[in-house]
Structure formats: C-alpha cells, structure tokens
Design a protein. Structure first.
Length: 300
C-alpha cells in the first residue's frame, strides 16, 4: 500500500472539556476530518433539543492525507494535556464509500404493497409500490426497526384520499410512502433544513408532485392551517421529543384521526402513553428488539 493511495489516522483520547481545543488544533495541522467516539463504554441518555452531549472520555480520530509527513505533528505537544497520544500514524486504505454503501443497501419489502429500493437496483417487483432512495440522504432508508415498523403500519392501514402529517420527517421516507399509497396530501415537518431538502429531493425522485407533498420547518405558517386536519400523524423521533410535542401533535389530528409514534424503547412506553391520554388511546402495535411502535386514535 503506497502512501499516496492511503489515508493516515492519528487517535487521541481526551476528556470531553478538552475536545474543542484538540479538534481545532488538528484541523489547523491539516486534518481533513475528525471523528469522536466513546472511549469508556458510557451510554448517553436522550439529549434535549439543541444539545450535543459528549462522553466523559472521548476517542478522537483525525484523518490526514496519505502523503503528508505527520512526524512533526507527533513531536508536538497538544494544546492541553490529553489522556493518550498516538505514537505513530495508522494507514487506512482508500475506499469508495458510495460503493460500500451500495453493497449494504438492498431492496426491502415493507408489508404487502411497499418496497424500499436503492435507485441503482431494478425493483424485485415492478408492479409493487417502489420507493427509490439514493446514497447520501442519510436521514432514513428503512433499515432501522423504527422506520420499518412505521412503513409496515402505513402499508397495512392507510386509505386513499387521507391527509397525512409526518413530523420529524428526515428523508421524507414515511410521507413519500404515504403519498405513493394514495394519501391526498402529505405535510412533512422537520427542524433540520437539510432534512427538508432531502425530503423534497426524494419526493421528486419518486414522482410525488408538489400538490401532494410539501416539506416545511416547524414554524411554517402552513402548520396553523393544518390544525385538526390530519387523518394520520406520524412521528418517528425519540421519546423525549414525543412527550414534549404531545399537545402539538394532538392538535394536528382530526377527530378520529390516527397517531403513529416510533423512536421509543419498551421501558419508555408508559410515560409516552400518559402524555397523550386521554386525547389518544395509544397502545403497542409492534415491537422489534427493544424498539416499540405505538398507535391510537384521537377521541371525540
């Protein structure tokens, strides 16, 4: 393996309050990327909105060009004392990451009518409802149990002409599936502008027109017009935001409307169900490993 065909990694271990300075120092020294990992098998509980927590001990891996001389950097002292410094660079083979991703993403059947397919692979069932996704839109591909459970539930229960709101839409995969299954309108919502872009791009890729599918930020005026209108509200996020958003999600539901909640674990069910009672009679309708899917209807 030649130096010019490979990358080089330097790995440091530091306390979380040293990370910012160490990261800045490595970028200034020529790093092309820096990756942070847990160095002590410490779980992080669900973060609050806008929070980006770190582990107490962090393993920081800096990637450098393969032909760069890193010995001067190894001889230098980091800006703060760290727990562990590298003795020599580790060489990494150059890979075509898109090709690796393509090898791992295969068509997946969701329910009886729906397939999630990479766009470069002919759909196994051309007569099915095929949702096409491309690599790089890493906001949801159907491979995670929570997304798969939601897709199966939509495939089994959605009727033509219904109005759908996908809150926390990510790639837009749930809303696009709903549109392809016959929803009259789909309003996708996310607080990340990149998710809005990804959702709109994926909708266009799947021939879902603007009259059927739109994607907006949570403060968009269209949400005020959507109050008490949705036949289905979908939210595949996390237990904390699901609890915090309960009054808002309930307000979007038409009387008798259906609510589908995912992204929570089995030991979080009781707290989430309580947040929506008595307006929605939620119950567990599916479970994969520790991940749970809740569904219910708005009363009244």
């Amino acid at each position: 393996m030649s130096a010019t065909s490979a990358w080089q990694e330097l790995c440091y271990t530091a306390n979380k309050d040293q990370i910012d300075a160490l990261e800045d120092w490595l970028f200034a020294a020529g790093a092309v990327s820096v990756t942070l990992e847990d160095d002590a098998d410490q779980p992080l509980l669900e973060p609050g909105p806008g929070e980006t927590p770190l582990w107490d001990a962090v393993r920081l891996t800096a990637l450098f060009p393969g032909d760069m001389d890193l010995q001067p950097l190894l001889d230098m002292t980091p800006p703060l004392p760290v727990l562990e410094t590298p003795r020599e660079p580790v060489r990494v083979m150059d890979q075509e990451w898109t090709r690796v991703w393509e090898e791992q993403f295969h068509p997946m059947k969701m329910g009886t009518r729906l397939w999630i397919c990479p766009s470069w692979t002919p759909p196994p069932d051309p007569d099915a409802i095929n949702i096409l996704l491309d690599p790089g839109l890493a906001f949801g591909t159907g491979t995670h149990p929570t997304t798969a459970m939601c897709l199966r539930a939509i495939d089994a229960g959605l009727s033509e002409g219904q109005r759908v709101i996908d809150y926390g839409c990510g790639s837009g995969i749930l809303g696009i599936a709903a549109a392809r299954l016959g929803a009259a309108t789909v309003l996708a919502v996310d607080n990340d502008p990149q998710a809005i872009t990804a959702s709109c791009d994926n909708a266009a890729r799947n021939q879902v027109d603007d009259a059927t599918f739109s994607a907006v930020l949570p403060d968009d005026a269209s949400l005020h017009g959507a109050l008490a209108s949705a036949d289905w509200v979908l939210a595949n996020i996390l237990a904390g935001p699901l609890i915090e958003l309960a009054p808002h999600l309930i307000s979007l539901m038409a009387p008798g409307g259906r609510l589908l909640l995912a992204g929570l674990l089995s030991d979080q069910v009781e707290e989430v169900v309580a947040a929506y009672a008595p307006a929605v009679n939620l119950r567990v309708v599916d479970q994969v490993e520790d991940w749970v899917l809740l569904a219910g209807q708005r009363t009244g």
